[in-house]
Design a protein around this ligand. Sequence first.
Ligand code: GTP
Ligand code: SPV
Ligand code: MN
Length: 600
Amino acid sequence: MKTDDLRHERLRTWIAEMAGLCEPAEIRLCDGSPAEYDELCGRLVASGTFRPLSQARKPHSFYANSDPGDVARVEDRTFICSKRREDAGPTNNWAEPSEMKRILRGLFAGSMRGRTMYVIPYSMGPIGGALSKIGVEISDSAYVVVNMHIMARVGIQVLEALGPEGDFVPCLHSVGKPLAPGQADVPWPCDKDRKYIVHFPEERAIWSYGSGYGGNALLGKKCFALRIASAMARDQGWLAEHMLILGITNPEGRKKYIAAAFPSACGKTNLAMLIPTIPGWKVETVGDDITWMRFGQDGQLRAINPEAGFFGVAPGTSESSNPNAMASLNRDSIFTNCAVTPENDIWWEGIGSPAPPWTIDWQGKLYDASSGKPGAHPNARFTAPAKACPAIDPEWENPDGVPISAILFGGRRATVVPLVHEAFSWPHGVFMGSIVASETTAAAAGTLGRLRRDPFAMLPFCGYNMGDYFGHWLEVGARPGAWLPKFFYVNWFRKGSDGSFLWPGYGENSRILKWVFERCDATGTEGAERTPIGFLPSRKALELEGLDLSESMLDTLLSVDREAWKAELPSIAEYYASFGERMPKGLSAELDALRERLEG
Ligand code: GTP
Ligand code: SPV
Ligand code: MN
């Protein structure tokens, strides 16, 4: 089908306008078919972007190395262009929308010369589902198209669901590297020094320029499903969150669903696919990065994973840390910025075996383990279909979602925050989410390991004023007749005095999930001890058998360091003050109550 034949007038007009602006050599409407995927992978091989991996080791899979200047999300180049600056709030970059459009029009003008403009209709969530939403991405990158094939539901069926007048989020993307007639392409086109990842929340539109990597370019993910969707969710009374969803079944066969918000590269994919080390328990995966949820008519909070694939952190993923991820990426996958072995298989740090001789690093050079430089970039990623995950939950595509019993917050904290604690109430849980702080990771460009507030793991992803976002969370839970899930704060990353992690993590996190599961059914302090910061597990309620942890390690993990918590209070107060009038009184009251409990 040609874009001129589209029945949807607004869509047709927008495509024509953007083609006029970007001046591509041709326009192609993507149908989402396997044939299209294979054809475009072939084109990417021909242009040098992709190299096929060994058919025997990773069938139907490819790898790409990005430009070294385009390896992660760029938070300092990401903008929320609401009409008023205060609606973007102090945590977002802001520019006046018409001024930003003027800049962007300048950059996009002629930006697709010599390239194909792909039009990618996609659904976030099962096509036609009540909680699902439609986007259309225009991109001049075939790499984006094939990744979108895996990460979202793409193609003609989406256009059918859209009908002639349905709502969609227009997402314009260009790598910003036009080709003159006869000019040869480079393997990873981008405009690395002039990136703009821009959101217009009122208009519900996205313009992304200059980057081809991950969340900068696969616009269904962070740009739509979090930044734009969070603004929609605020207006429409639901929640768009940076959370995994897992189903957990106890030895008696009872099942609950848990959602968990951890910042980028802080363990969502790993927790979502965890294989319990405790006998009789089972975990299944609904999603590993994004959750859309709302209270249904019955008062149940129900959640969907709007994505269809995993864009997972490669380094550290192995048969021992995450066998379900390894099985998901065994075939039909795309690898970006990994190393490649002489057998044409991928390799990364922590894959479970040393790099064989003649491994080529993510920059295409011979890998030298003694150089101290990594073979794979720390933010190297795999793009793998969710349906290939052996632990995928039978309900993962239920358009009405799964009922959520507990919500976890977490982050990387070497100190202060214990292994797990539970909130006293919904407002206290919102308070917990609001004070999450975490050490920065390679998922975003910039300094690593710097502790920063990352409320609800949404700091880089909230499409409006974070103070209003806190207020929205308080409001959603005040809904009459709602069955409220319980809130927990976990920390897998507490360190001992020697700088190593105290808690073994990964599959052993099932011990904490078991406690969470049981606390969902418990009343009062059953299995728990009341402390100033919340309920902590009592030692006998926590399954610790078989773990090699000393008493003093357990003490550090499972007790409240009052002085350290007191020392946190001024920085929380200061953080709250940065939101001025937009900071909900209810959370300031929670801060006061915590102060009193710590001093009492
Ligand atoms: P994004 O895709 O960026 O949103 O990341 P994510 O939250 O899904 O993080 P992921 O599960 O990919 O984990 C990121 C890094 O944390 C990997 O290097 C993991 O090996 C490490 N990690 C995950 N879970 C644990 C854990 O329980 N303990 C420790 N110590 N490290 C973990
Ligand atoms: C994250 O950074 O949280 C990711 C990777 O999940 S990206 O899609 O690049 O945002
Ligand atoms: Mn993420």
